[in-house]
Design a protein around this ligand. Structure first.
Ligand SMILES: O=c1ccn([C@H]2C[C@H](O)[C@@H](COP(=O)(O)OP(=O)(O)OP(=O)(O)O)O2)c(=O)[nH]1
Ligand SMILES: [Mg+2]
Length: 156
């Protein structure tokens, strides 16, 4: 009898035609928080993002994020440091009921054009627990020590 001790949630991936041949998104190390996502641009083609411009990069996959979780699309620090490439809407939110292709919205904040080729690891995706709150309107907020203080009210 096999005893399954892997309690991690399952992420089903559906490969789209233009994702054919791409490596699956994967955790690069044992303790990696995010799995790297690869660009599903056409083979042999280059997607160039000019300085100050943005583009939506396909990943070639639909992700079925399990109920009770969300996926967050985050920049890769190496691309940010070396090329000024980041996710414009960081962290991008992938809802558990989304059944379209996951796409990555990149912006080039660097000074040079940035070239993306097929299979390049452009961002990372973190699976995180997510709950919905009951939304309820009340007349007054409860009292707390902080009150309405914020934005540096406790000092530097
Ligand atoms: O970086 C991202 C962000 C979002 N999405 C997809 C999955 C997500 O579930 C859906 C909607 O995202 P969001 O709620 O951030 O966008 P919106 O502008 O509020 O659009 P909508 O009205 O469709 O919710 O778009 C991506 O593929 N990549
Ligand atoms: Mg939305």
């Amino acid at each position: 009898m096999t005893i399954h001790t892997d309690t991690r949630p399952t992420l089903n991936l559906i490969r789209l035609p233009h994702g054919e041949g791409l490596e699956l998104p994967a955790y690069e190390t044992r303790g990696a928080a995010g799995m790297d996502l690869r660009a599903a641009v056409d083979d042999g083609a280059t997607l160039t993002i000019l300085p100050g411009k943005r583009d939506l990069v396909p990943t070639g996959f639909i992700f079925e994020v399990p109920d009770g979780y969300e996926a967050q699309i985050r920049p890769r620090s190496g691309l940010a440091l070396k090329h000024g490439i980041t996710c414009l809407n960081s962290p991008g939110t992938i809802d558990s009921d989304y059944r379209g292709e996951v796409k990555v919205l990149l912006i080039n904040l660097g000074e040079e054009p940035f070239e993306i080729t097929r299979g390049m690891r452009i961002a990372q995706m973190v699976i995180a627990p997510s709950i919905q709150a009951r939304i309820f309107e009340t007349a007054e907020a409860s009292e707390t020590k902080r009150g309405a203080g914020g934005f540096g009210s406790t000092g530097m």
